[in-house]
Write a protein that binds this ligand. Structure first.
Ligand code: GLN
Length: 537
């Protein structure tokens, strides 16, 4: 029997209160007190994973080392905790039902009627405890997606109720994150929505142990007392979470409010000292006191929802802090970047990042952006589709292969410099079938990538179906674009560079997924460094 303790985080009143950030901040404090902690997200939607979702729906799809396509909150967990997550850290209703239905088809329920309770709830509880049973973690924090009261959240809340009862109050607790709105006309903070949301939770048999209250204004002792009285908690269990300047302030804010201490008390865990936030705070100091500034154009087709590029913008923050530089992002919609206006739209930037993506919408804009960066010696960073566009642009404009393209956008193109990977040819299903997760890559000595990583062997995460067509490698290299990173097993080109350019790097993988506060990604760090240098000439 493992003696892992469980902390559940539910949300009330409204969505978008930042459960992921609160969970990650608490986890950070506990981790820096010496506990081993992980965080899990349970998503109540019926998709098996967010891999098939349009980024406009829920933002970026985050990918783990083991190739799971997951909710973007897992990105926050990794960025805060600096430890990898896996498929076990993200479970959806679709996945739960799929397991139960597969078991039913195998006859594993021995003729019983299969029902939400106990079969679905048992599967939910099994998934929650999978992480605990590894014996690796003292504490597992499980974030329940959605808002209490949603029909689709009910089986999760019921599973939490059962687990609280099974584990006992010293081993499992509930933090309810809620909103205390400020009514400007009345000049008052209002507790009623929270009272209702706690009441709703209680109707499901779950009584929160701790309330974390999102608010724009300080919550007075009186309000805390009122919340405690109506919501069946002690006054010290009402924790204020005031709007922060940056999400990276939240661990310190929670420390000041004592969230970690309250949690440890309830779980009967003795603290191994105060959280060690020295490195974290050094990151924050540099982030908040930059000595220089750069502007980076981010070219993408989902920019109306900036969460679609969450890991990239967070990686900019990490790399900015490490360079003591403020990174301003100029969001450029690839669809609006035409042959006529691209110079005007990109004028003045110190670096250009062409983002990942799928399909042909906005493709010409991406190619124009690469051209502008390459011809004007502006630091360029192409990620996944961005790297593929760099290869296409080079083939078109330097090799003179005017019809060079990717078979993703033009199946019958004459010069498919990017084409479907062989392993993808027979794939018909969309979900979970890309080349996913961590793969090895060998870097060429003295390349910009090698200089950044200070290593020749690396492993990075992937999410793609198309690849550099090695039939064109010789021609492309002859004209000056080099393949500086290669998968040792398959020969697949992972990194391309133009060595005559100050910093022109395209990567088939997604470095942004591995950038954390404690370990900013080396390519992002060097990209910002190159942009900084460019800004001074
Ligand atoms: N659409 C491209 C591919 O599948 C790139 C994918 C991406 O940018 N993640 O290869």
């Amino acid at each position: 029997m493992s003696n892992t303790k469980y902390v559940f985080v539910t949300g009330g009143v409204t969505s978008s209160l930042g459960k992921g950030i609160i969970a990650a901040s608490l986890a950070k404090l506990l981790q820096e007190r010496g506990f081993s902690v992980t965080i899990q997200k349970l998503d109540p939607y019926i998709n098996i994973d967010p891999g098939t979702l349009n980024p406009y729906e829920h933002g970026e799809c985050y990918v783990t080392d083991d190739g799971a396509e997951t909710d973007l909150d897992l990105g926050h967990y990794e960025r805060y905790l600096n430890i990898p997550t896996s498929q076990a850290n993200n479970v959806t209703t679709g996945r739960i039902y799929q397991s139960v239905i597969n078991k039913e088809r195998k006859g594993e329920f021995l003729g019983k009627t299969v029902q939400v309770i106990p079969h679905i709830t048992d599967e939910i509880k099994r998934r929650i405890q999978l992480l605990g049973e590894t014996g690796e973690y003292d504490i597992v924090i499980t974030e329940i997606g959605g808002t209490v009261g949603d029909i689709e959240s009910l089986p999760y809340v019921e599973s939490v109720r059962q687990m609280l009862w099974e584990k006992g109050e010293d081993n499992a607790i509930v933090i309810h994150l809620t909103l205390i709105p400020f009514l400007a006309a009345a000049g008052e903070l209002k507790t009623k929505p929270t009272q209702h949301s706690v009441k709703m939770l209680m109707q499901s048999g779950v009584s929160p142990d701790i309330l974390v209250c999102r608010t724009e204004h300080e919550i007075s002792d009186d309000i805390k007392r009122k919340l405690a009285l109506f919501c069946n908690v002690k006054k010290e269990d009402v924790i204020q979470s005031i709007d922060a300047e940056t999400i990276y302030d939240v661990p310190n804010l929670m420390l000041d409010q004592g969230l970690d201490r309250v949690v440890l008390n309830k779980l009967k865990l003795s603290s191994k000292g105060e959280p060690k936030l020295k490195v974290w705070n050094e990151f924050l100091r540099k982030h908040k006191n930059p000595i220089s500034e750069v502007e980076i154009a981010l070219i993408g087709k989902y920019i109306e929802l900036q969460d679609s590029y969450k890991s990239i913008t967070e990686a900019f923050i990490h790399a900015g802090s490490s360079n003591e530089t403020k990174v301003n992002v100029r969001w450029v919609h690839s669809e609006n970047l035409t042959a006529k206006n691209f110079e005007k739209k990109l004028k003045g930037v110190h670096g250009i990042l062409v983002a990942p993506g799928f399909g042909d919408r906005g493709i010409d804009g991406k190619i124009n952006a690469v051209k502008y960066a390459r011809e004007n010696n502006i630091p360029f960073f192409g990620i996944c589709l961005g790297m593929q566009m760099a290869v296409i642009e080079f083939a078109k404009n330097v090799l003179g292969l005017v019809d060079a393209f990717s078979t993703e956008m033009k199946q019958d193109c004459k010069n498919p410099v990017i084409n479907l990977m062989e392993s993808q040819e027979d794939v018909t299903e969309k979900g979970g079938t890309m080349r996913l997760g961590a793969w090895d890559c060998n870097l060429m000595e003295d390349s910009n990538a090698h200089k950044a990583y200070k290593a020749t062997k690396i492993s990075e995460r992937h999410r793609h179906r198309y690849e550099f067509n090695n039939d064109y490698l010789d021609q492309i290299e002859l004209k000056g674009m080099k393949a500086t990173g290669i998968n040792p097993a398959t020969g697949l080109v992972e990194v391309v560079e133009v060595p005559t350019h100050p910093w022109f790097v395209g990567v088939q993988y997604h470095p942004e997924y591995k950038s954390t506060v404690l370990k900013p990604h080396p390519l992002f760090v060097d990209f910002i460094k190159a942009a900084l240098k460019y800004s001074t000439i």
